[in-house]
Design a protein around this ligand. Structure first.
Ligand SMILES: [Zn+2]
Length: 110
């Protein structure tokens, strides 16, 4: 992800995806304070909402687990897989399409 200040590389994907680095970071090239752009916030919310789709098979699996029906773990793993898929795919899309914007000292706290 590039820095809007110096247009250099601000951060790599793996470091970006750790902790709160996606929302607040210091440019590795020029040291400018960076924060998440509005597009990144939208992408983040969409990703979280999409990953909720995985809750449908997940809860079906939990229900089967409680009632001792067959296939409970298959449903649970499918649900978790769907959630992981959306979080990972969303992360990649956000990383490539969205960006940071410069942080001013005034709005330091996000
Ligand atoms: Zn920079």
């Amino acid at each position: 992800m590039n820095c809007p200040g110096c247009h250099g590389r601000a951060i790599g994907f793996w470091r970006w995806s750790v902790g709160l680095n996606a929302f607040r970071y210091t440019c590795e090239s020029c040291g400018a304070g960076l924060k998440a752009s509005p597009a990144l916030w939208v992408g983040f919310v969409v990703t979280i909402l999409a990953s909720f789709l995985g809750l449908i098979p997940f809860s079906a699996g939990i229900e089967r687990l409680v009632t001792s029906e067959n296939g409970a773990w298959a449903w649970i793993m499918t649900g978790l897989g769907i959630m992981l898929f959306f979080v990972f795919t969303g992360g990649i899309v956000i990383y490539w399409l969205c960006g940071y914007r410069l942080r001013r000292e005034k709005d330091d706290a996000f």
